[in-house]
Every structure is written in structure tokens, then in C-alpha cells.
Ligand binder design. Sequence first.
Ligand code: ADP
Ligand code: ZN
Length: 735
Amino acid sequence: MSNPAVLKVAVNVPLSREFDYLPPKDGSLPLPGSRVLVPFGRRRQVGLVTAHAAESSLPAGKIRRCHEAIDEVPIVPEGLLRLIRFASDYYHHPIGEVMAAALPALLRQGQALHPTVETLVVSDLGAATDIEVLARRAPRQAELLELLLDAGGNGIEATRLTDEVPHWRRAAKPLIDKGLATRCTTRGPGYEEVLPGGPQPGPVLNADQQDALDRLRASDAFGAYVVDGVTGSGKTELYLSRMQDVIEQGRQVLVLAPEIGLTPQLMTRLQKRLGLEPALLHSGRTDLERLAAWRAAASGNARLVVGTRSAIFTPLAHPGMIIVDEEHDHSFKQQEGLRYSARDLAIVRAKHLDVPVILGSATPTLEMLQHCRVGHYQHIRLPVRAGGARPPTYRLVDTVRAPATDGISEPLAAAIGTHLETGGQVLVFLNRRGFAPTLICAACGHVAECRRCDSRMTVHARSHELRCHHCGATRPLEVQCGECGEAVKPLGEGTQRLEEALQTRFPGRSVTRIDSDSTQRKGAMHEALDSAAAGSAEILVGTQMLSKGHHFPKLTLVGIVNADQGLFGTDFRSGERMAQAIVQVAGRAGREQRAGEVLIQTAFPEHPFWSTLIEGGYDKVAADALAEREQTRWPPFTRLALIRAAAHRHEDAIGFLELARSRALASSGETLRVLGPVDAPMARKAGRYRAQLLLQSSDRRVLHELLRQLRPALEEEPMARRVRWSIDVDTIELF
Ligand code: ADP
Ligand code: ZN
């Protein structure tokens, strides 16, 4: 028998290759897609077998042997292995790290596919114990017992106790010895697909939706469909109808949504209309829950699989369709480690699986629109709001003539007053948390800066501190200028300051702030969104978080406080992004009977961007931007890759990129442009100097061929040890 002698194994290390190992001593032969425990340097690592080979390029004596197989049968099916390989090639990222990013945490750590779960449960004796008596002698034990009592019959998982109760095992031991608590091992959470009640019918589709559905139904094979429908046009209803077909055929639908899009609102809607429990994969779930969802998807037990970015790597037994909701959302692109776009991988995966992929948005990216223009993708439009709701009207407020105090101009304040009096709900939108108040000295103009980054500190009035939004550094709020000793004052608007100003102006109205600070506590976000949807929150203040996908029935006015930074942005995508942000948040207004109104405060009301947006809508902004990009040779007409480097010494970061540059120039053809190295827009972050080198080409193959040679060469480079560096293919953020 010609046994393959060598296993090719992907190991989670930053090196662009697979490693050769001999099969384990016990004579088993782990198949591709199964995990093995291997010696790596002096450590043990979890690896994934990607292939078998007849021989190795290493001399026989040098090949090490696997310690053992973790899985008896492969857990990563061939299709997923293919996607992992593709992502490693396309993003020029080490395959072991791609494997690690693709697997749920517990599998990555080497746990069994069906891990046993240790839980601690209160016993009958424990339930009858007088906690106060116990607390006097053994407060730690009493505390733990109380937690267990609250948790009831299912007890608490050991991993959760480890996170939440320091040294819990010390308190648990005497409780167990006294018979007050018991240790159990279970198989963890399971998964039930079918919900009682079955699917419920939705509204009768309107003519546009029906046409769109007919086009989607034309084929079960690969095809990319860009569903370009204004906010509230019934895109979700359309997906639901198509999902129903696929699910009735016994096939699976994978839905990717931005983190924030996975609201209880959307979940309830999916559950009700399809009568199914989605297998859910996102950061709000425990590792065990995610693993259970992953298993349900892999076995085919779950026909509806819903998740954020990383869910694109979920194995599917009977794939039928992939949907990317809010395709334009930046959270689909991972900005660290494996810098992948889940949207782009969704298209690749759909092609691999030969199933349709739907890319939906009210503000599609120029990349998708260009694919539609040249006929690669189908453009499906829903131009009007469903169910009779009218589009919102826009009005500009000139902040030169009507200056804003604490962020609110008189015309905006008046509009808020009117809408509130007539029973409407108001959303006041700040374009970004980062444009929050800084601390400036009125006498000498000194601005409070972060000591480790080239950035300004942000004032957080409530906690009386200054915080750097880039590195997280904090220090107490100063009252006197560190330079001249005069009094300092906050400048600019942050969400906190806006909230306070609105509260003062509209006493007796309930003001709710929703941003990443106010929603850190678990569940806080859901509570806030619930009160927003119910209408009990009369004024909502927030950032991008509030603009995405939500349906607040009573909302009639959207006020955009500071729109201008996008008008003069340095990034070639500034205009596209600003239009997306404004159209998305404006789309929250007037989604039911009452028409919505949008007020935009700007110091530049004459800027042509505004007339284009207001008269021509997002379509016109996008068409103009595409024409401009074609002329200036920016994406989607060229492809980008950015090499970033950060080091403690500026010359190390630049020197490393100079090296990359000279290699790139030596090997590249005419279509390649090399820009830089230059300092990153924020040249210092958390004490490191940052620089970047931009590679651009109209020919994707040229760029990828170059990176294929560059990556291993740079890994070998001695200088690479002094810098942190990365390759970012199809760069979204140019910093
Ligand atoms: P989108 O996903 O484009 O924002 P939704 O599918 O959420 O749009 O629909 C917006 C609102 O219109 C929802 O309240 C939905 O129930 C309603 N709706 C959608 N399609 C129809 C229809 N054909 N008839 C009546 N109401 C509809
Ligand atoms: Zn900082």
C-alpha cells in the first residue's frame, strides 16, 4: 500500500506556509479537514491537516511526528478548506492564521467538536441553607451560593465563573464538600430548529418587489444580485420571500449582517416569517453557543444561519443562498490580522458553491455598482418606499447665519420643538464619536493631546476624564491649561454634551443617548433600542450606531449636527461615505404614515455636494463619484494594497517600507504605481511610529503576483523583526 507519508498542516503562526508532519504513532491517518496536535518549536499547537503528500522536501530525520489526532473525522469540509485557501492566497496572509480566524474559538483551542461542559449547580440542601448565616463565617462561599441560586437548575458554566468570579474554585470546594452544590458535566447548549407556530405570511409584495423576486427566482445557480432599494423599500421582505423558497427546498441560507444590524427586531422578524430558529454566530454569544450554531450549520440541521463578518466561514451541509445585508457597511471588512472583506468572500464562496448571492443596500458601494454597469452582477432596484410611506424631505441650515450653540442651531431647535409637540420622535445625529469635544485653552490655544499618539484627547464630562479614542489612554480632566495655567474649556460637540444640551433645552422630554460608550453594559443597547422603537424615548442622540437598519415607527425628524468634515475629506472615499451616512440616517425618518424631515447643519450650504444629494439622491452622488474615480484612477477602476509598518523608531518603519518599495519597483510592470512610503495620517499611535506604502494597479493580477513574491521575501528580511507590518488587500481605510 502506498501510504502518503506526510501530512501538510496549517499551524496558527505568522509564516506563509504549511508544515510537514508524520502521522501520529498510533497508526491513524488524519484526513484533510481534521485537527491534530503537533509539536511546534518547544510548544504544542493545534493544527489543521490541509492535504496529504507522498514526500516532504525536508530530510527524513527532520520531520517531526504529530502527537495525536484531535478529530476522528474531518470537521472542516472540503468546500470550507477551499475558501480558507482562497483567503490565504488572496489576502496574502499565512494559512495557519486564516484557519484560526475561520474556526470558532473552542475548536481553534483544540476542544472537541462536542465538548463536555463543566457546570456548578446548587443542591436542594444548598437551596435550603440560610445564606446570611453562611455569609458571616464564609462570605465568599455565600456569594457564590447566591449566584448559583439565582441561576437555578441549569447552574453556571465553569468558564463563565472563571470570567466573573475570581478564585471561584476556592469557594466552590467547601460548598461541594458540604453538599450545598454539585459539579455536573453536560454536553452544552443544543439547537432546535423549528419554532412552534410555523411560518407566518408577510404582506403582499408590491409590483417592484414582485419583479425583483421573479428575477431572483430565475436561477438557483451562482449569480450576484445587487438589491439597490431606498430605505424602507421592502428589501428585507424581498429576501424573506426568496429565503422561503430556498428553505422549502431543504437548503440552507447564510445571512451576513453588520453587528448592529442583528437587532432583536430583525431576529423576531426572521423567526416569525420563516418559523425557524436561526443558528446565530456573533460576538454577543458565548463560545459554546457559537460552537453549537456552527455544528448545526455544518450538519445541515439549521437551515437559517445568521451572523456577522466571521460567519462567512461557517460550514454548510446543503448551501442554497448567501445574503449580505447592508453590503456597504464597513464592519464587513476586518481591520486587523486577516484583513478580509466578508462581503467579497461571500461572493467568492457563492461562486465556489454555485449558489446565488444577494448584496443589499440603500447605498450600494461604488464597487458593486460598477460590477452592475459592466454586467457582471445584476442590478435590482426598488426605487420607492413600500407600504405607502413617503421619502423624507431635506433642508439645509446655514450655520454661518444661524450659529449653533452646543451643537444645536435655532432652526433645528425650533423643528425639534414642533415635531415633539405633534407627537413625533426626533433623532439627533453626530457623524462620528471621534469628532467629540477636545479641551482647548482660551488664552494660549493649547489643545490637550495624547502623549502616545498624534491625536487629541476627547473630553468625557461624566467620568471627569480625558480619553484617547485611538489608544485608550485616560487622564483626569484638567481645569487649568498645562501650558499657561489659564482656564480651559471643551470645544466641539460630543454625544454627551449634545445630550446635556438637549435635556436643558427640552426639559421634561426623555433624551436617550446611543453610542459605543452608553451601550457598553451588556443588554444596554437592546434596552435603548427597544425604548426607541416603542417611542418612549422622545429624543435620540447618537452616532452611526443609530443609522443602521432600525425601524422606529414614530420617528419623524432627523437632525444632522455636524456634516461638514466629509466635504473636504482627504480620502478618495469621503464623499461616498458621507452620502452613505446621511442617506442611511435620513432613512430612519418617516417610515410609516407621517412624512419625515431631515435637517442638515452645514457651514457650506453652497457646496455642490448638497445639491447633488438633495436633488439627485444617492444615485446621482454615486454616478458622479464613479465618473471622477474613473478619471483619477481610483478604485473600483484600480486595485489597491497597502503595506503598513509600525515601529518604536521612525526610521525602522520607513526603512522597512523603503525596502519593500525597492523590491516592488524591481519586479513590477508598467501598470503598477507605488506611492510612498509616507507617514500614516496618524503618524504616532500608542507610542509607535506608523508609515505606509500604497501599491496600486489597474490589473489585479499584476498586484497579486507582486504580493506573492513580496510577502515571503519580507518575512525573511532581518529588518522585519523590528517592525510590526501587514498587508491590506483592497484597502478601505487609508490609514
Ligand atoms: P428595507 O429592508 O428596504 O428597509 P423593509 O422590508 O424593512 O424595508 O420594509 C419597510 C417597511 O415596509 C416594513 O414595515 C415592512 O413591513 C413594510 N413593507 C415591506 N413590503 C411591504 C409591502 N409589500 N406591503 C406593505 N408593507 C410592506
Ligand atoms: Zn493615544
